[in-house]
Design a binder for this molecule. Sequence first.
Ligand code: AMP
Ligand code: MG
Length: 414
Amino acid sequence: MISYEQSQQLLRDAANVYSHCEVEVVDIADSVGRVVAQDVVCRESVPHFDNSAMDGFAVKLSVIHGIPEVLNHWFQVNELVAAGDPLRDEITDDVVEIMTGAPLPSGHFNSVIRIEDVDVIVSEKVKMIRFKRMPRANENIRRVGEDSIVGSTILEEGTQISAQHLLILASQGITDVKVKRKLKVGILSTGKELVNHDCLQLQHGQIRNSTGLFLKHELSSEFTEVSFCGHVGDDPGKFINQMEALFDIGVEVIISTGAVSVGVFDFVRSSLEQMGAKIHFHKCAIRPGKPILFASLMVCGRWRFVFGMPGNPVSSVVGYNFFVKPFIYWIFGLERPRPVRAQLSADVKKPDGLKCFMGARYEKGENDNIGRVEPIKGHASFMVSPFKNLNAWIVLSEMNPVVKALTEVEVYQL
Ligand code: AMP
Ligand code: MG
């Protein structure tokens, strides 16, 4: 049995071998969360015209400097430039009223003095101003390219696009972007006892498939698209047929639930071996979900991957969060979000030698203080109702059978 750290290294290695490099072009409006496949380069400088950063008055410093006792001088203001105005013909006045974002008029205007820094009098429709202080060269002017300059890289390859990045792309007039294609994943649920979650009347011995729907939802993300979802009962032949059908439609990663333990109907490993798969690991020193399996196989010259997760819902959810999710991040060349640290609210008993994942309630600390995390008690791995209160996972290291209250532990927020 391998350790959790070893399992993560094997997943990393497999993700690196895969080197996902297929590309698609998406509208930037649909690009948040996607991973940039090729550097995005600035095509148009922003701003693309010199403009005012303030409401105030554009001035020609060369003229102003020649006026004796200029701070006592009243200037008549005849012109106003507003944001959205086109570039004006050369203005002969020495002072022009200008609004934020308005193009700086041509002809030696090289400073904008804020409205707060002048005295203003208006009489008989004539506006006069006097400087309270000397205007300075270039102040309150946004120059061409000060934000982004043509040819600079605005988003590097490998960046995961966020809403903030939309500000940059939109300001450039970039309407679409090349991103890494979504990974195609398939879900297979094993177990003769399973029926669809929408089945109204259970026969004795049947249960509804809860994890199939959970995984389908989780995997319909910015990284992945779910192509197919089905039950294969406890029939290894059907399992193999369904896997082949998924590979035929281009599915790259299959996540199956159930049938990886030591029961009579636990056929996932033997079926994969029959298909020629390499088993990277089967059983990992964790709780819950110890029988987890990860395999790869070549299908028509391409690597394909299979996760076999134990069927109990808590095991499947842990398998998804701590094995499948990091693997998908690594396929896209990303690091998964880091855990926070928090103080355990109570003593926790755990099996020595196993890495433990415990559903928990996490509360952020106030004023930079460390947060607090409370494990959800009595959450047996078949139970789903405790998920109601869960907003985080505590991850406890292999060592020590008891972790004392107030110990700082790793917490992954949902
Ligand atoms: P297995 O890993 O196949 O031995 O299944 C372990 C337990 O999980 C059994 O009690 C199964 O009935 C249950 N189980 C398996 N698959 C699912 C599923 N998709 N949703 C809910 N429970 C499941
Ligand atoms: Mg089963």
